[in-house]
Design a protein around this ligand. Structure first.
Ligand code: NA7
Length: 299
């Protein structure tokens, strides 16, 4: 089945932008979101709004999900009036959320029993990448399903890395978010320490970026942290969710992940401080409060 009509469920920071890019690239798009008002914001662009996930699955060639977490995806896919209730043979299910590998396999089993191909396709690139259509997409699933999904991927991202069979994309995404959390933490600690010790933290960034450890991520986040701009690109709540999934996942393989475990608790601290909805960069503000020092000045 050629994919002309795409359903998109979950119109948060990422999904709302991805759905709009699908429309811009010429797909017919039908959306659903738990909070309907968010979906209705897209209606002016010629995007159809459905009342239930089941209604989406009854009318499209492929359906995509990008919802917060395991309970959300379970509800949208398998719950009452969920996608599975009306899904039909020949459709394609692309999940862009970051959830557990176990749930991806559960969905694969349930939907393939109805003749629906399933692909896990978590993304990286945050809000800006979703907006510009430059996401990196890591995928799991059959070669045939990948080929069918390609036009959808091309509309929302600029690079697709096929990691293996179903669940492999999610496995890589969890490992990758462990790396991001650790990088950002060490970076934040360096900024705070240099600043409190009386050295301009910009010199710390300059040295890191001149070294073999440089990263475009530090350019982007360095500016935001120095300016205390914590507008949400990726929330503390969602990173905590991913670190929890990562630690649980690693335990099943008896792979120790002390860095990810420490990061998970650091994000738990930030959530306890009421910062769950803020950007992951705001973790530094928790450390600033503990140290009584704000980068570039007193807290
Ligand atoms: P956001 O901006 O927090 O958006 C989360 C989306 O998930 C949003 O559409 C929510 O609907 C939806 N959601 C949350 N809980 C539920 C339940 N229980 N049922 C249905 N829908 C739900 O997240 P991002 O866009 O940054 O990230 C989305 C995913 O990509 C996530 O897995 C990340 O880790 C990667 P709402 O508008 O609140 O009604």
């Amino acid at each position: 089945m050629t994919i002309r009509h795409v359903g998109f469920l979950g119109l948060g920071l990422m999904g709302s932008r991805m759905a709009q890019n699908l429309k811009k690239k010429g797909f017919e798009v039908t959306v659903w979101n738990r909070t309907k008002a968010r979906a209705q914001e897209l209606a002016a662009q010629g995007i159809t709004v459905a009342d239930t996930p089941a209604q989406v699955a009854s009318s499209v060639d492929a359906f995509c999900t990008c919802v917060a977490d395991v309970p959300a995806l379970r509800e949208v896919a398998l719950g009452k009036d969920g996608l599975l209730s009306t899904a039909k043979a020949g459709q394609l299910f692309i999940d862009f959320s970051t959830v557990s590998v176990a749930l991806v396999h559960e969905l694969g089993k349930a939907f393939s029993a109805k003749g629906v191909d399933v692909v896990d396709a978590p993304v990286t690139g945050s809000k800006n990448g979703a907006e510009k259509g430059t996401l990196v997409i890591m995928t799991g699933g059959s070669e045939a399903a990948m080929a069918r999904a390609q036009p959808v991927f091309a509309a929302v991202g600029e690079k697709v890395i096929h990691c293996g069979t179903l669940g492999a994309g999610t496995q890589v995404k969890l490992a990758g978010n462990g790396l991001i959390a650790s990088m950002l933490q060490a970076f934040s600690e360096g900024l705070l320490l240099t600043s409190k010790a009386g050295v301009d933290p910009k010199r710390f960034i300059e040295v890191v970026q001149a070294s073999g450890f440089r990263s475009p991520y530090f350019d982007f986040k360095g500016k935001a942290l120095l300016e205390h701009d914590f507008s949400t690109h990726f929330s503390i709540d969602l990173m905590h969710k991913d670190l929890t999934l990562l630690v649980e996942n690693a335990a099943t393989y008896r792979v120790p992940t002390p860095a990810a475990a420490a990061m998970k608790e650091t994000y738990a601290l930030a959530r306890a401080a009421g910062k769950g909805e803020q950007d992951i960069g705001a973790v530094i503000s928790v450390h600033e409060q503990l140290c009584g020092h704000r980068i570039g000045g007193k807290a």
